[in-house]
Design a protein around this ligand. Structure first.
Ligand SMILES: Cc1cc2nc3c(=O)[nH]c(=O)nc-3n(C[C@H](O)[C@H](O)[C@H](O)COP(=O)(O)OP(=O)(O)OC[C@H]3O[C@@H](n4cnc5c(N)ncnc54)[C@H](O)[C@@H]3O)c2cc1C
Length: 288
């Protein structure tokens, strides 16, 4: 007898859980911290060819609660009320170094609100972070005629990893939105990829963001484009329509998803994926 779909979905193997230790912290810019993690659990990290690999961090809702990794969420659910359980946040693993058994994540410091941004802002060498993963599936296609990469701060780690993985003869454009010039740093990219930093002039607001218009203003090249476009949800909705419907970019050549939503904690943002407001591809209900 065949199993009901819900049971099949639940029985999918869980991604490995790791607890790793902060071994180095670097300020990349006023709004970006690069944190290097090490420790024995590195061996549990199943690296992949994807350059947009991401993990799910597990962070205490209340940093004053004294809860520290390792967490056993199944056990904690038996004893703690829902509003005291650790919460998930999604972050890109920017790079993995098997030699030193370390991996790096880059955190946007976006103010006092939230869990992961403030955790990163206050992180110290020796702190522990629990996460599971990685997921992710984008890889630069060496057969594409040109590449388009675009996103705001949250997507820079993935865009940076994608640029670093491109073949030397890759051509195209990377458009990256940040607050000000001080938030720019060097990204390794093939010579043929023009990297343009766009400045909002301050923190993200729906009024000050410029990335959507910059993508639409980009002179369109001939040939097959492979596009990697991620960032704030409303912008992604609009760029999805532009790239898919107006420019005719094939779905198979388009990696486009919302990485966050203005005014929403990640839990709300994730929950809204089931609602029309959260859907990037409303005709199918898909998110990417
Ligand atoms: C696949 C994937 C990969 C990602 N990779 C990265 C990464 O490598 N680095 C990274 O920094 N982020 C990344 N993000 C985005 C990150 O998951 C969200 O920004 C997340 O909401 C941050 O959690 P938080 O606890 O700091 O804030 P939350 O508690 O989720 O939100 C608190 C408030 O801060 C606002 N906020 C959240 N993120 C931002 C932001 N970036 N800029 C301005 N305001 C914000 C929210 O709208 C909300 O009002 C990724 C997301 C996805 C889906």
């Amino acid at each position: 007898m065949s199993q009901p779909a819900a049971r099949v979905a639940r029985s999918r193997p869980r991604r490995p859980q790791m607890v790793m230790e902060v071994v180095a912290i670097e300020d990349l810019s006023p709004t970006f911290k690069r944190i290097t993690f090490g420790g024995d659990d590195f061996d549990k990290f199943q690296d992949s060819e994807a350059v947009d690999k991401y993990v799910k961090l597990l962070l205490p809702q209340n940093p004053e609660s004294g809860l520290k990794p390792p967490f056993d969420l199944d056990e904690l659910r038996k004893t703690l009320p829902k509003d005291e359980l650790p919460l998930r946040r999604t972050y890109t693993v920017h790079s993995v170094d098997p030699e030193t058994k370390t991996l790096k994540m880059d955190f946007v410091i976006h103010g006092a609100e939230g869990l992961a941004g403030p955790w990163a802002e206050q992180a110290k060498v020796g702190d522990l972070l629990q996460f599971s993963g990685p997921g992710g599936k984008y890889q630069p296609d060496p057969e594409a005629d040109w590449h388009l990469l675009a996103g705001d701060e949250a997507a820079i780690p993935a865009i940076g990893a994608a640029l670093a993985a491109m073949p030397d003869d890759a051509v195209g454009h990377a458009l990256i939105e940040v607050a000000t010039e001080e938030d720019e740093w060097n990204l390794t990219a093939p010579e043929g990829i023009e990297v343009t930093w766009l400045h909002r002039g301050g923190p993200f607001t729906p009024e000050s963001t410029v990335i959507e218009q910059a993508v639409k203003d980009l002179p369109w090249r001939d040939g097959r484009v492979q596009a990697f476009v991620h960032g704030e949800r409303e912008i992604m909705k609009s760029l999805r329509v532009y790239l898919n419907d107006e420019r005719g970019v094939d779905r198979a050549d388009l990696s486009l998803s919302a990485y966050w939503a203005y005014g929403r904690e990640e839990d709300v943002f994730q929950a809204e994926k089931k609602l029309p407001i959260g859907q990037i591809y409303p005709e199918t209900g898909l998110q990417y």
